[in-house]
Design a protein around this ligand. Sequence first.
Ligand SMILES: [Zn+2]
Length: 449
Amino acid sequence: MTAIWLYAIITPFGSVRLKSVKNVLKERKVFVVIQVGAEEHELPFDLVYFRKNLMLSTVKMWTLIGCSVNILLTYVHFYVFFYQRFLAPNLKHKGRRAVNFGYMVDSHEDIAWNVIALGRDFTVRVSEWQEEASLTAKAGQRLLSIADLLEAQVRLIIGTIFVLPEKAARSNWNEGLIHYRNEAEAYAQGQEQLDYYHALAARDERVQLIQSAAELDNFIASMDSQPAKLGLIISMEGADPITEPEQLSEWVGRGLRLIGPAWKGTRYCGGTGEPGPLTPAGYKLLAEMERLGVILDVSHMAEESFYQSLEAYKGTVIASHSNCRHYVNTDRQLSDDMIKQLLARDAVIGTVLYNRFLTGGTEANLGDVIKHMSHICELAGHTRSIAIGSDYDGGFGVETIPQPMQKVGDLYMLAEALMQHGFSEADVNNIFHANWVRILRQGLVKIQN
Ligand SMILES: [Zn+2]
């Protein structure tokens, strides 16, 4: 009998196990039902009876009870470890469905740049990728691939054509990367990236190029069909590849749908770190963009160019990836007045998930993302103007994104954090996809081809 008791205490999952505890009030006794193989034994759990039957001294009995409690606590620790290591990640994954954001639209990903300049293959999963130290070490561990995006429920992205000017290639950060020294090289490199997007969509059935409002509507209507597809709209960050404004129709004919005239300063306008106005060519480019129905992306525009552009251009405006100067006071972010000007145009502003643009330092967390989003919502009085322009893999990697996110599949954490900060599920839906879809549809409707 002693052996059964001891075995029952230390092997709750074995062939001998504690099955239940019966509290028989009438007899003022507690019975413990123990299963030994197929048989059940009912043992009285009266301490005096227990002690007598086991012929234990009181000290020995309490030692036995103490040991049992210790063993029990070990099991609890073991379970907690297992829960955190193996079960909790799965539960978190389920959280994606707990906050139903439907799907996600990301307005800024430098896919072609990553493929052509950094040699990263967009079709290879991040987990299967070995970064080569030579070109990508400074950019950190990559985040984006088709499979990773689809798994994260990111179903529509704006992919950029971005080419690097020689002045930026001299910096330590960009040293050794492909860059352009003149208009012809900018054009050729920009065309190569455009070719890449077309080739990608042609050879990979998971990628679908979206060039019109009708195509956008069809894509969204068939979002539940399998295999899941990644919609891709092509934009340009820094307009130097467009040799002259008259050339824009050629680019639009090949699928270019949004233009951010600036990165640093370009031949069209002042940009980040290079203040300046719109140039005469810049005014002409905006007129062509308006005529052809190309969406204006004001991210990176110098303040003077920004105000002149809003004055000159009457089409659809966005800021694909810009945070608030209210929190990080540099010219890369938007001042409150700039945000108000954008709100007056019913624009959408994508929050950049890059620590330096969230806090000004190397560390940031989801609360910082929400601060920037909330600030714009407070200025707007609604949640229709804020969205996500992650800029993932925009020259920096997983090391620079807000904690605790570690991969693109962790974006659902932002949805959960927004809910915890008082945003409704409808707000989260606005932020994750509805705002981008609204403004993109509005802009793409005007495309004339
Ligand atoms: Zn950028």
